[in-house]
Design a protein around this ligand. Sequence first.
Ligand SMILES: [Zn+2]
Length: 259
Amino acid sequence: MKIFDAHTHLNDDPFAGKIDYYLQRAAALDVKEMAIIGSNAQFNQSALTLAQQYRQLHAVVGWHPEFAAAYNQLAEQELIQQLQLPEVIAIGEIGLDYHWPQNPAAPVQQRVFAQQLDLAQQYRLPVNIHTRDAFADTYAVLQAHYPHFGVIMHSFNGPLEWLEKFLDLGCYISYSGVVSFKNAPEVRLAAQHTPAERLLVETDAPYLTPEPYRGQQNEPAFTHFVAAAVAKCRHESLEQIAALTWKNTHEVYRLNEKD
Ligand SMILES: [Zn+2]
């Protein structure tokens, strides 16, 4: 069995200096390939460094809405250079986050989100999207700047109404450990209603640890338990979900073309 962690932050501080250890633990639970997600200059660089060192790791680079205020012309130029490297498979994580009051103002976030969607279209790359307390505006910006090389809604946790709307745009839907939380029946309902060919799994490690390890630090290995939770709510086997999401993730990140 092979499982793909479609969104993880192995480039983040908790994993520094222990990459081989976490990759071994992941392999022992069948997690064999990962998309390492950047969010600002520092984490984009650390995602790239990992992808250059390990062939089963791929870099996704971009500017998270939290850091949108720092996305200036120089940052964009650096990003454009990185997009042309063979290790870079997508732009992300980009989007809108209205949850934290200290985040940049909504118009700033929207401009930076739109600019990076346009880059995705120009450089023919998929995008990995973060949205928090911002479904309506995320949908509006995405619709107006829709890039046609693959769109992933990361750690989807919305109601069926929004699921349908993002599916209609053509998005892939990625589920994290939230799908295993007792208090998240809505997310399980969405996972049940996501068409097989649009379904992905991820950890978003070090965040969003799935059951039965909720409360501990998350790590890529635990994609295994995310896939198991998705399998359970869809009444399918873990092997089926692993195979399905492995295929979908390779498709949306266009990894088959690179092999
Ligand atoms: Zn993330």
